[in-house]
Write a protein that binds this ligand. Structure first.
Ligand code: SAH
Ligand code: MG
Length: 950
């Protein structure tokens, strides 16, 4: 099923819809049949795809005498009909343009239109263009009543669409419009044209009554106006600067513009289409450097263009307008509107300009939507709707395409049920997950399926979303064919949109470095069609030069636990305040307040660039600049920190700087740096943790501790190693219970977690001289930094090994390597391994649905993407876990039994967290001398504690 932002034709050709064209040709011989289609699908509105809850979707079949076609699926019947009509036109090879008026008719209409524009009647109309006529007749002298051709071409939609039917190329060729309008004017007998310049006059003067009527309403503003505008030099090296347009009450603003642009009169001023918000009158004004004998050049638009091209192309102006603009340009919001006969104007600040520029970057829309231009960065993952802040990736992508005049992005949703039959793209792992999920839905728990009838459909199916970005001419620019499936259609769409945005962003950055090379080794499912990409964007990056570091960073973050690799020293952040013990972790939502200052050494300049009292972001998704994320990751709630970084690109500085930008831009950024001041206000834990705590009593983590305790006591274990100990929650909890344990060890690859664990354990063990305390037996405690897939002989032969909720954080192959190593080399007497039970997820999700108050209106949106935690690489069904464990046990001479915590073994779908307990069998060869003979040290000691009582 294919979904476009909007049925393309209806939007682009307002004159005749495909259906109307079909009607002209076939009348009653065209027969439309519309059928209702069931199932989850899309609506056809631009900018939003919301999973449909109701079944009212439509597909239309159009029967013509020579052929029949069937449309895609749409929420609106009429969109389906238009789509069918459009398909039929394509099949018939009918261009909508050819059924528009013939070229001769269009010329006639142009001539008539021009005559009308210069009529008495039009002068007193409310058409925005009529304001120009009124202003022009206030002039005295030669230019009395003279109208620049560019004004007619820019402000009259009718002339424009007639030009388009004469020559469709006018869309991209502004000069062609000028030459066509000029030609039509020469054909009109009610106007005269200038020989050398692009002026048009009315042949006879306006009637005295009309003039009289006008002068009665005029002079509403005697004062004149001062309008702030922006000059954009065509040389990229020159800074954009603020200017003021002084328009006195009897002046035509186009004449003022001519003065600003350094040309002799307004006929040499060209006007772009509107930029920025659609309702605004913000346009770019630029000079037409006229060749001497215009008339002959104008006949040949190419020659004309060559002449103009000899002045310099303005890349920044091009980026804003999408039109080819030469020489310096002025960005101003001024003009006449339908609403009033007075001149409308708004100030345009440098800040407005820079924000528009940043907004056109693939990641700029996100920064703007978060109102955090310096601090926010396009995240690398869309984990859950409830953790996402700012505009959704899909909306951002649609806006990007619109701004760059591309077609609406095409999202194709593939649902699992359809694609099971297709041979490509589904990993075995996922297939079985889904199959099991479906069985569980149907054979167990009959009532809850009924009770959640609609849920069932959603939960049982999974979605993949392909995205295609096409130019206006339908050339393929980017194609994204993901392999990942998501439970929620929305998650599939948002993740795919985000992926494409990230790629675009990367392309922009690479393009800046070298136009020739664009590489995507790290994301093979994205295909960038380089030639087409360059055609659209070649000219942009010269404007948007980008921070160098972020490219490298984003690539390396994609696959790893980012904070541990960033390796930024804690001292660097000057963290202050007592450690409250509440830390953010990957997947948690941190809320901070921050201020970013621009500081210059030497003259003590310190300006606030950006600040926020409450700014939320998800940890681990690179949603903010790396230094800030690393800093917050080190902080506990209520602590403050302060650090500095290099300055980002000046466009970002100016876009962020608000009003102070005007003076900043005059200064150089040499010798400046940024200073950040941050306070961590609160932390919301990842959904997985919230689920575990909210839905189970005692919380699942506590139940796991109690479970482990049972085995520790039963076996009178004196030594324990916790594989993947994280921040030490298990070891810490064990210290509160009396056991025979004398030696406890933890291993993890996360240094940050280990440091936290060391702090907690150290203070607990050291403050513990009381022999009646539960942990008084402990003699040795050690924390190691290392991967549990590598062997270290210091951990050989322990009584108990635990590995709780760890294996799902590794790739499946790694989990197998760990299983083999632990049973063949570490050889604990007992090994307890826990991992989520995938089959239980539907229950967790249903329950969280019912329980969440925080975003009740977004119920179906707030679910986790695929697994309970986005850091999970897999979640196994009971069958998958059992086969992993049985195979290992058999291979290494261990026995294994299965149980779990949360839920019950006898009630479908089993435990929330499934546990395997391995016991070393009598046949297992235990080599007690191992430690002495083969010393293997792969781990690094992070913290080592020995009891004083020894
Ligand atoms: N067992 C802890 C932490 C679980 S979170 C608890 O129950 O609270 C998973 C932990 O596994 C993380 O701390 C992560 O750093 C760690 N981990 C992931 N892959 C690892 C590997 N290859 N070696 C060691 N630790 C790993
Ligand atoms: Mg986990």
């Amino acid at each position: 099923m294919e979904v476009r932002g909007a049925p393309a034709v209806a939007a682009r050709n307002p004159t005749l819809t495909p259906k109307a064209i079909i009607h002209q040709k076939y009348g009653s011989k065209a027969c439309y049949t519309t059928e209702e289609v069931q199932g989850s699908s899309q609506n056809g509105c631009p900018g939003l795809v919301i999973p449909q809850h109701g079944p009212c979707m439509f597909r239309c079949t159009l029967q013509l005498p020579e052929l029949s076609v069937t449309s895609d699926i749409f929420t609106r019947k009429k969109d389906a009909e238009q789509s069918a009509a459009k398909l039929a036109l394509e099949k018939l090879g009918i261009q909508p343009a050819t059924t528009n008026p013939t070229i001769q008719e269009a010329w006639d209409d142009m001539v008539a239109r021009i005559s009308y524009l210069f009529s008495n009647e039009f002068l007193s109309s409310t058409h925005p263009l009529s304001g120009h006529f009124r202003a022009a007749i206030q002039r005295v002298g030669d230019l009395y009543g003279a109208i620049p051709v560019s004004v007619l071409a820019s402000y009259d939609a009718k002339l424009n669409s007639l030009c388009k039917s004469i020559n469709p190329k006018v869309e991209s060729d502004h000069f062609l419009v000028l030459s066509l309008v000029m030609r039509a004017a020469r054909l009109s007998c009610s106007v005269v044209t200038s020989e050398e310049k692009l002026w048009i006059w009315r042949k006879n003067s306006f009637s005295p009554e009309t003039i009289q009527a006008l002068s009665n309403q005029q002079f509403s503003s005697i004062e004149g106006i001062r309008i702030k505008a922006i000059r954009i030099p065509c040389s990229i090296e020159k800074l954009v600067e603020p200017i003021t347009l002084n328009v006195s009450s009897d002046e035509y603003y186009m004449d003022v513009m001519a003065g600003q642009l350094g040309v002799t009169d307004a006929s040499e001023v060209l006007v772009s289409r509107t930029v920025g918000k659609t309702s605004s009158e913000m346009r770019l004004y630029y000079a037409l450097k006229l060749p001497l004998h215009l008339s002959s050049s104008l006949e040949d638009s190419l020659k004309f263009k060559e002449a103009v091209k000899s002045s310099i192309f303005n890349a920044r102006a091009y980026c804003l307008s999408g039109q080819h603009i030469y020489g310096d340009a002025i960005l101003a919001a001024i003009g006449y509107t339908w609403k009033s006969s007075d001149l409308f104007y708004e100030d345009v600040s440098l800040n407005t300009y820079y924000r528009m520029l940043v907004g056109r970057l693939p990641d700029g829309g996100y920064k703007l939507s978060r109102d955090a231009i310096i601090v926010a960065e396009l995240p690398i993952a869309y984990t859950t709707r409830s953790n996402w802040r700012g505009s959704s990736p899909r909306d951002l992508l649609c806006t990007f395409c619109r701004q760059h005049r591309l077609s609406e992005p095409v999202f194709s949703i593939i649902s699992m049920d359809n694609s099971l039959d297709s041979p490509n793209g589904i990993s075995e792992k996922f297939k079985s997950n889904v199959t099991n999920q479906t069985e569980e839905q149907t054979n167990a728990n009959g009532e809850s399926v009924d009770a959640f009838g609609r849920e069932k459909v959603t939960l049982a199916s999974t979605f993949r979303c392909e995205v295609r970005i096409l130019s206006k001419n339908q050339d393929l620019i980017i194609e994204y064919l993901p392999k990942d499936f998501y439970r929620k259609q929305n998650d599939a769409i948002q993740n795919s949109a985000l992926k494409v945005l990230s790629c675009l962003s990367k392309c922009f950055k690479q393009l800046y470095m070298s136009v020739a090379r664009l590489s995507f080794e790290d994301s093979p499912s994205v295909c960038v069609h380089h030639e087409n990409f360059l055609k659209e964007f070649e000219l942009c990056p010269s404007v948007h030069s980008v921070q160098r570091t972020s490219v490298l960073r984003k690539c390396s973050l994609l696959t790893m636990n980012c904070m541990d690799r960033l390796d930024i020293k804690q001292e660097h952040f000057n963290i202050e305040g007592p450690d409250s013990g509440v830390f953010p972790s990957n997947g948690s939502l941190a809320c901070i307040s921050y201020v970013v200052y621009l500081v210059r050494e030497g003259d003590h300049m310190k300006e606030i660039l950006e600040s926020s009292d409450e700014f939320e972001f998800e940890i681990g998704t690179a949603a903010v600049v790396p230094e800030l994320e690393a800093c917050v990751y080190q902080m506990s709630v209520n602590q403050s920190a302060c650090f500095s970084t290099v300055v980002p690109h000046q466009d970002l500085i100016f876009a962020a700087a608000g009003n102070s930008v005007e003076c900043l831009s005059l200064l150089s950024l040499e010798g400046c740096f940024l200073e950040y001041s941050v306070t961590l206000l609160r932390v919301m834990e990842p959904l997985e943790d919230r689920i575990e705590q909210a839905l189970f009593n005692p919380p699942l983590s506590k139940q796991r501790v109690e479970y482990a305790l049972r085995y520790i006591n039963e076996s009178c274990a004196t030594s324990l190693v916790d594989f993947g100990c994280g921040s030490g929650s298990l070891l810490d909890a064990l210290l509160d219970h009396p056991t025979a344990l004398e030696k406890i060890v933890g291993v993890d690859i996360s240094k940050k977690s280990l440091i936290h664990a060391a702090k907690v354990l150290h203070s607990k063990l050291s403050s513990n001289s009381d022999p009646s305390k539960p942990s008084a037996n402990i003699k040795f405690a050690t924390l190691y930094d290392g991967s549990i897939t590598a062997f270290d002989s210091r951990l050989y032969g322990f009584d108990i090994g635990t590995c709780l909720e760890v294996i799902e954080h590794m790739e499946e192959e790694q989990a197998c390597i760990f299983g083999n190593i632990v049973l063949s080399s570490f050889c604990p007497r007992i090994l307890i391994v826990s991992t989520p039970n995938y089959e239980y997820n539907s229950i967790l999700q249903r329950t969280t649905l019912a329980n969440r108050e925080d975003d009740a209106d977004e119920k179906t949106q707030s679910l986790p993407c695929r697994f309970r935690n986005h850091d999970h690489k897999f979640e196994w069904t009971r069958e998958q876990f059992n086969s992993w464990a049985l195979d290992l046990a058999m291979r290494h001479g261990y026995s294994v039994e299965f149980s779990g915590v949360g839920g019950s073994a006898d009630v479908e779908p089993g435990f929330a967290s499934q546990i395997a307990v391995f016991r070393r069998g009598p046949l297992h060869q235990v080599d007690e001398s191992y430690r002495g003979r083969n010393v293997v040290h792969h781990y690094e000691v992070i913290w080592d504690w020995i009891s004083n009582n020894l």
